[in-house]
Ligand binder design. Structure first.
Ligand code: UDX
Length: 445
């Protein structure tokens, strides 16, 4: 099938490449000429495992193409995906201006029936706004062309987006139009071979489902972080508690890992946006507010632990803290809302120096903060420790799981670790003479 995708950001590019991979003829459109030129040359602007070979292969075989020409994209296919950003505006609501602008462009150029599929994360009711906007433009053109607007949110995890797209848990399609359903069935047919994964629903429920999924996952994390803080005060071990509750199949083991807070482009933004949606319909949603508040507090936990060790926040002035892991989670270079940033900014505020290392996010770190006297970026996990007073761990990259503690001790000034991901056995570190602070477990001070 011929498909057009508007937006070559994270969602648009992964979707476009994976839809081409199963044989569709995909044209991706973006207004950013430089980005399109790069993509045409096979250069990918994001770090995502497995994406590069798929883009290269499908470019070479002609199933994946890129353009900046809106009219060409609208002519190319009768299914048009919208995958542009919905960044938070000042009050945290999803900003729909890009989605609506694309809808207008499609309406301006559509020659015949089109299915407009919204992949961007948008509040319930957006499909209706998109339909209204298209109808207005068509009326101004004096054309009576039929169209359907479908909600088809994505559930891609960064770092596993290609696998998530090619082997989805479910494909959610919000539309009651039989004509649009038929098109969507055909597009996703290759992903439903072994068993049916597509859930057809009404458009508003599909829109809300995306927020519901992310808010539920974020709630589990904040809940565990709250319990971890309680466990610390009760001299209990949250890791034991985690296993104990995870064994209950109603709870399960997924997404109950305590840590230094969730980050990324989705959870913080979507929990906030859902809160604003609740406000707009006059519903007080205290649980959603709490999920966010607990997370903000949790992002401060490593700073609090380091400050505690050095006799209060003032004790950090002039000290050097090494940081392992900057990305908001492993296998990505994404630093959006990353807990590492809250820690590092708090350290700077209190006059500490930071030496940082991340296996892939160093360029992103440089881009965000530029050169600073109180930031040194190291080339590996050991050199970053040289002369530092303590190590803080923000991301659970595999290479941090079994380090050489003797080598670490030789490089650091003092044997202090504040671990935001509970990577090590506290007893073993105690025996080796470390001060080891982790999350929700008795400290080894
Ligand atoms: C998330 C959703 O998982 C995905 O379905 C949606 O489409 C987009 O948002 P992503 O932001 O890529 O994906 O990351 P995810 O793997 O879900 O992790 C989010 C954050 O939660 C990370 O900072 C991670 O460290 C944290 N986390 C996750 C925990 O602190 N504890 C856990 O148990 C799980």
């Amino acid at each position: 099938m011929k498909l057009a995708i508007f937006g070559t950001g994270y969602v648009g590019l992964v979707s476009g490449a994976c839809l081409a991979e199963v044989g569709h003829d995909v044209l991706c459109m973006d207004v950013d000429q430089a980005k399109i030129d790069q993509l045409r040359a096979g250069t990918i602007p994001i770090w995502e495992p497995g994406l590069q070979p798929i883009v290269e292969r499908n470019l070479a075989e002609g199933r994946l193409r890129f353009t900046t020409d809106t009219a060409e994209a609208v002519r190319h296919a009768d299914v048009q995906f919208i995958a542009v950003g919905t960044p938070p505006d000042e009050d945290g609501s999803a900003d729909l201006q890009h989605v609506l602008a694309v809808a207008e462009e499609i309406a301006r150029h559509m020659p015949a029936y089109r299915v407009i599929v919204n992949k961007s994360t948008v509040p319930a009711g957006t499909a209706e706004k998109v339909a209204e906007r298209i109808a207005q433009v068509l009326a101004a053109r004096g054309e009576a062309i039929a169209f359907d607007v479908v909600s088809n949110p994505e559930f891609l995890k960064e770092g596993a987006a290609v696998a998530d797209f090619l082997k989805p848990d479910r494909i959610l399609v919000g539309t009651r139009s039989a004509r649009a359903q038929e098109r969507m069935r055909e597009i996703y047919e290759p992903f439903n071979r072994n068993h049916e994964r597509t859930l057809f629903t009404d458009v508003r429920s599909a829109e809300l489902t995306k927020y519901a999924a992310n808010a539920m996952l974020a709630t589990r994390i904040s809940f565990m972080n709250e319990l971890a803080n309680l466990a610390e005060r009760l001299d209990a071990d949250i890791e034991e508690v985690r296993k104990g509750i995870g064994a209950d199949p109603r709870i399960g083991y997924h997404f109950i890992y305590p840590g230094c807070g969730y980050g990324g482009s989705c959870f913080p933004k979507d929990v906030q946006a859902l809160g604003r949606i609740a406000d707009q319909v006059g519903y007080d949603a205290p649980l959603l507010r709490a999920v966010e508040t607990v997370n903000q507090r949790q992002k401060n936990t490593l700073f609090a632990k380091l400050a505690g060790h050095f006799g209060g926040p003032e004790g950090l002035a002039g000290r050097t803290v090494a940081v392992w892991g900057l990305a908001f989670k492993p296998n990505t270079d994404d630093l959006r809302e990353a807990p590492s940033r809250s820690l590092i900014e708090a350290l700077w505020q209190h006059g500490a120096h930071v030496q940082a290392y991340d296996p892939v996010a160093m360029d992103e770190m440089r881009r965000l903060y530029g050169p600073r006297a109180d930031l040194a970026l190291a080339s590996n996990k050991y050199s970053v420790l040289e002369g530092a007073d303590a190590l803080a761990i923000c991301t659970e990259w595999q290479q941090f799981r079994a380090p050489d503690f003797d080598e670490m001790a030789a490089l650091l000034q003092t044997r202090v670790i504040a671990d935001g991901r509970n990577l090590y056995n506290p007893e073993r570190l105690r025996a080796a003479g470390w001060h080891y602070y982790s999350v929700g477990r008795p400290a080894v001070a």
